[in-house]
Design a protein around this ligand. Structure first.
Ligand SMILES: *Cc1c(COP(=O)(O)O)cnc(C)c1O
Length: 496
């Protein structure tokens, strides 16, 4: 299978090259030339498989230059009992119609683990497949969840080093301690005196600086990226939507062939694009509900066909969705209207912060997607209501999606699968206050323990274990590119 750029279909690459490279040479995103089809008889076979077996099967349909035995090994290693418990992506029925897909049973308690536990093995193998002699240096700017999941995924992986930058005041206390206490001999962490956009902008400048690339090359290194523009992040996410469907069949909630709706709390449009790809593969999906928080640029886009980032940016209690440029939307544009028009849209976005779709494309978007957003009050009310009604505890990101699923619910009995993207304990303080309790003074473990005391819901082991993990990284730097680069150089020199 060949991969092409969303801005130029003549630029062909293999999946190993795509995973290694991240972004296409022309600034576009990589897409498979053809989306493979999954038949009902194949789905029927998948119903009886374990999660790692399901993953190996789906991955092999996209990563055709990887050995199937290798993919099988990689999936079993990634979605093992030690890393994810007995089931990597279990479904929970709230009632006959509403199903929650729990995606936070991995080591960092957020859904990013679903991709970032397997992607390092895929990148490692990509170095072999492409006979790459250099070491990959992964730089990440994070608003919280990606950084920790990437550190945990890439720690101690040979021929890969990783350095993460996070905004000093832009992540939760738990997220901060998760990163600052990270173990592993190939990892570096630094906080910056700025917000997420500052971190992102500085890291992007490092990526596009030819002098830096040359300097790294001379020391046997090249830059690689771990965020969701990389196809290696998206393909493992397709798996759990297919897996959830198969579990519904297995539990006789639906019959093979019945359609479901899928609702996803969305930031960069990565997770919901994975669901869209599953639908394109032939998974019986009716509607995709795109749930946003107060930063509702995608809700407007779906309703009007106009993407306009020229608006106020809000900081919310669902910070991983505080995004005004949803990078992966470019992949949807490509599927719906081809490379030429996508390129024009992206040029317009870069120039004016805005683009508008043609009428028939607007219609195509609305045919598949329903947009809905939750205010901060909606989000908190939903956490409280769902706990009171079902004794089921959800985090603020999941709450945004549950709100959207209920708000846009149709009167028929079609099952709605809602992606739950983080453990409520990752956002203990906000969840506590949504439930109507005061946040305990002192360190953040107080909120964790109090939430447990009140709800009786188990604290994920890795979060509980943080209590005894010493802080290992103390570096803080200014937000300009020079300061970040200085830290990267120090990291590269000191440790290797
Ligand atoms: C990253 C993240 C999201 C948003 O996912 P996208 O793929 O960026 O749309 C939602 N919830 C949580 C908890 C996240 O960490």
């Amino acid at each position: 299978m060949n991969y092409i750029s969303t801005r130029d279909p003549s630029l062909k690459k293999t999946s190993a090259q795509v995973i290694k490279q991240g972004l296409a040479d022309d600034g576009g995103l990589f897409m498979p030339e053809i989306i493979p089809h999954i038949t009902f008889s194949e789905l029927k076979t998948i119903v009886s498989l374990s999660y790692p077996e399901r993953a190996a099967k789906i991955l092999s349909m996209f990563l055709t230059d990887y050995d199937t035995e290798f993919l099988n090994y990689a999936a079993h290693r990634a979605y093992s009992y030690e890393r994810f418990g007995a089931n990597a992506a279990p479904i929970k029925m709230l009632d006959e119609k509403n199903c929650i897909l729990e995606l936070w049973h991995g080591p960092t308690s957020a859904f990013k683990d679903m991709a970032l536990q397997i992607m390092p093995v895929l990148l490692s193998e990509a170095l072999n497949i492409t006979s790459e002699k250099r070491t990959a240096l992964i730089l990440v700017a994070t608003s919280g969840d990606t950084g920790k999941a990437a550190l945990e995924g890439y720690r101690d992986v040979d021929r890969i080093k990783i350095m993460v930058f996070y905004p000093e005041d832009g992540v939760s206390d738990i997220q901060k301690h998760q990163m600052a206490s990270q173990e592993g001999r190939n990892v570096g962490v630094c906080s910056i005196k700025g917000n997420f956009d500052d971190a992102q902008t500085a890291v992007k400048k490092i990526f596009s600086d030819p002098a830096i690339a040359e300097e790294l090359d001379a020391s046997g290194l090249f830059l690689s990226s771990a965020n969701s523009i990389n196809w290696g992040r998206l393909v493992p996410q397709i798996v759990y939507y297919i897996s959830a469907y198969c579990d519904l069949v297995k539990e006789q909630r639906i019959c093979l062939g019945d359609k479901i709706d899928i609702c996803v709390p969305t930031g960069n449009f990565g997770n919901i694009f994975a669901a869209f790809t599953a639908k394109k593969m032939g998974l019986p999906v009716r509607r995709l509900i795109c749930a946003s928080n107060k930063n509702n640029v995608l809700t407007d886009f779906i309703n009007t066909g106009i993407y306009d980032r020229n608006r106020e940016f809000y900081t919310t209690i669902s910070p991983s969705m505080d995004i005004l440029i949803s990078s992966n939307l470019e992949r949807l544009l490509y599927v719906l209207q081809g490379a030429e028009k996508t390129k024009l849209c992206m040029e317009s976005l870069a120039k004016t912060g805005r683009y508008e779709l043609d009428d028939e494309i607007k219609e195509a978007v609305r045919e598949t997607f329903t947009g809905c957003y939750a205010t901060e009050a909606d989000t908190k009310d939903t956490i409280k209501e769902i706990f009171e009604k079902y004794k089921y505890l959800i985090d603020p990101h999941t709450a945004v999606a549950v709100y959207a699923a209920r708000k846009t619910s149709l009167t028929d009995n079609t099952v709605v699968v809602t992606a739950s993207t983080a453990s409520p304990y990752k956002f203990s303080a906000d969840v506590l206050s949504a439930l109507g309790y005061a946040i305990p003074e002192g360190d953040f473990f107080g909120a964790l323990d109090k939430l447990h005391e009140i709800t009786g819901v188990d604290i994920p082991l890795p979060l509980n274990a943080l209590k005894t993990k010493p802080k290992r990284f103390f570096a803080v730097c200014e937000k300009d590119t020079g300061s970040l680069w200085y830290e990267v150089e120090k990291f590269v020199k000191n440790r290797f």
